[in-house]
Design a protein around this ligand. Structure first.
Ligand code: DC
Length: 219
């Protein structure tokens, strides 16, 4: 039987950084489910399909073959055989992913792949609906949050580190919009599972959060 850890929370709470580090320490696979929604969004952009075009999205779900692989322990995402890791981190793709991930067909397609992986491996999976929908029987569920001002600051620094320009007010507006969409979508919204442990990362270091998750995993 595999051991599964679900980490959910809003954008900028520190999910991927923390999940990646904890997975390394526990020697678990780290699965970034947001990357899958981003790969699907990239397919839609490349094929000029809008996020509200349900008919074409249904067809796209059949045509887009999304797979993940691990190379030197790092998750690689393949879209119809092409490694798209370097293309999915743009603002354009992130925006489309935020909108298109509301679509039920997209979610069902990607959830199937997420569940299959979790059945075979010890995994830390991060996303929005992992503890509440994808892995309701996960061995440990964490809900990571951080105050909006802290999340804005983190996002701001991340963008500056990429050598890009940005404005904190726009980031705050964007994060709030994404949270709204994630929390209010009809199918598998962002929600803290009843049995999830809430960790507010606002005033914790990355290592403190990682240690807390490892402690919880071992108790
Ligand atoms: O975590 P991220 O920014 O890479 O995720 C990209 C988008 O995908 C995000 O706007 C919300 C969506 N997403 C989701 O709906 N469900 C998940 N399990 C993971 C991500």
């Amino acid at each position: 039987m595999s051991f599964t850890i679900a980490i959910d929370g809003p954008a900028g709470a520190g999910k991927s950084t923390i999940a990646k580090k904890a997975a390394k320490k526990l020697d678990f696979l780290y699965m970034d489910t947001g990357a899958m929604y981003r790969a699907m969004a990239l397919y839609l952009i490349r094929n000029n399909i809008y996020e509200n075009n349900e008919k074409d999205i249904k067809k796209a779900c059949e045509k887009a073959d999304i797979r993940i692989a691990y190379e030197d322990g790092v998750q690689q995402i393949y879209l119809n055989g092409e490694n798209v890791n370097t293309f999915i981190r743009t603002e354009e793709v992130g925006n489309m992913a935020s909108k298109s991930s509301v679509n039920r067909d997209i979610r069902l397609k990607l959830v199937e792949l997420q569940r299959k992986t979790a059945a075979q491996e010890n995994v830390i999976m991060d996303g929005r609906d992992i503890g509440s929908y994808v892995l309701p029987n996960a061995d440990l569920k964490i809900f990571l949050t951080a105050d909006i001002k802290v999340r804005v600051q983190r996002r701001y620094e991340e963008i500056l580190n990429k050598g890009l320009k940005c404005n904190p007010e726009e980031i705050e507006k964007d994060l709030k919009e994404r949270d709204e969409r994630d929390r209010n979508r009809e199918f598998a919204p962002l929600i803290q599972a009843e049995d999830a442990v809430l960790i507010n990362t606002s005033y914790m270091t990355i290592d403190e959060v990682v240690e807390e998750i490892i402690r919880l995993a071992r108790t």
